[in-house]
Design a binder for this molecule. Structure first.
Ligand code: SAM
Length: 285
């Protein structure tokens, strides 16, 4: 075959593989098979990942790919994928790219039309949400709040009116301070669920108001140890406060001729109001 007829090599696949967040048994069978069959595993800390992989009899070569080298190491991994290698990316715990490295590599893979395939599994945010007892139909993953107190307070204040459940990661050094700032910025009565050491021996899940959780953590040093994820109820508008007198008057008038939903929608559009809140008010009067 001459050079002109030679087909370019088919590129390999980049697998984004979730690993456990504590309990080693949470590595799925498909994750184990994928990690065994790929040519290379890109991981944050080779020594840390080797322990996990050895426990599952996986001896695939590892290459380090972490937040400080991902811009240099991504192009080399892309070249290998283009040459036909299959590569898996894992992080120290949980799902890569979720407050973890991998974004640069995945984005570059898409730009180069390299197939990217997830092998899903644990993530602390989703694990806590599922057990939090807070609304899960709409949530906002915030990740780590800023470490600096003034920036953290500013960020929390931006989130105050968000109606979605808010999900935060936090470290043991800052959990007490962060909770205190949340009480001040989001309100002491907001319901929240704190997850500590999920899937591990000292797993603790506590549900209460932000004020209660903050007090509990502050007064018990044991509750300041380990890894934390926190879900906080979104902002809930109190219906009557949300609706002006003009909105009420117009909505009531329109309701004489229209179904309440339509009346609420028109009144909200006319007076820049919240159609849902006006509707709730209309049907309760
Ligand atoms: N990629 C991971 C994931 O999918 O959950 C998150 C990595 S991030 C660097 C690490 C943070 O996740 C921890 O500081 C903590 O806030 C949270 N986290 C990880 N494992 C946890 C666990 N077992 N229990 C509670 N929080 C955890």
């Amino acid at each position: 075959m001459n050079a002109q007829n030679k087909k370019p090599p088919q590129s390999g696949t980049l697998y984004v593989v979730a690993t456990p967040i504590g309990n080693l048994d949470d590595l799925s069978r498909r994750a184990i098979e994928t990690l065994k069959k790929v040519d290379l595993i890109a991981c944050e800390d080779t020594r840390h990942s080797r322990r996990l992989l050895q426990a599952h009899g996986i001896d695939t070569p590892l290459v380090s790919h972490h937040q400080h080298n991902e811009h240099q190491s991504a192009p080399e991994l892309i070249r290998k994928l283009q040459a036909g290698d299959n590569i898996a990316i894992i992080s120290d715990a949980g799902t890569p790219l979720i407050s973890d490295p991998g974004f640069t590599l995945v984005r570059q893979a898409h730009a180069e039309k390299i197939p990217v395939s997830p092998v899903p599994g644990a993530s602390a945010a989703i694990a806590l949400l599922s057990a939090s007892g807070l609304p899960t139909d709409s949530f906002r993953f915030v990740g780590f709040p800023p470490a600096k107190a003034s920036q953290r307070r500013a960020r929390l204040s931006q989130l105050r009116d968000d109606p979605s459940t808010l999900v935060f990661y936090e470290s043991s050094h800052r959990i007490a301070d962060s909770l205190q700032d949340m009480v001040a910025q989001l309100g002491q009565d907001r319901l929240a669920t704190l997850g500590r050491e999920l899937t591990k021996t000292f797993e603790t899940i506590r549900h209460g108001t932000l004020a209660e959780l903050s007090e509990w953590v502050r007064h018990d040093p044991n509750q300041q140890k380990g890894e934390f994820v926190l879900a906080v109820n979104g902002h809930t508008a109190t219906i009557s406060n949300d609706i002006s007198e003009e909105q009420k008057a117009l909505a009531s008038l329109l309701k004489r001729e229209l179904p309440p939903k339509k009346a609420a929608k028109l009144a909200a559009a006319h007076h820049q109001g919240n159609a849902k809140a006006i509707y709730q008010w209309l049907i309760s009067t």
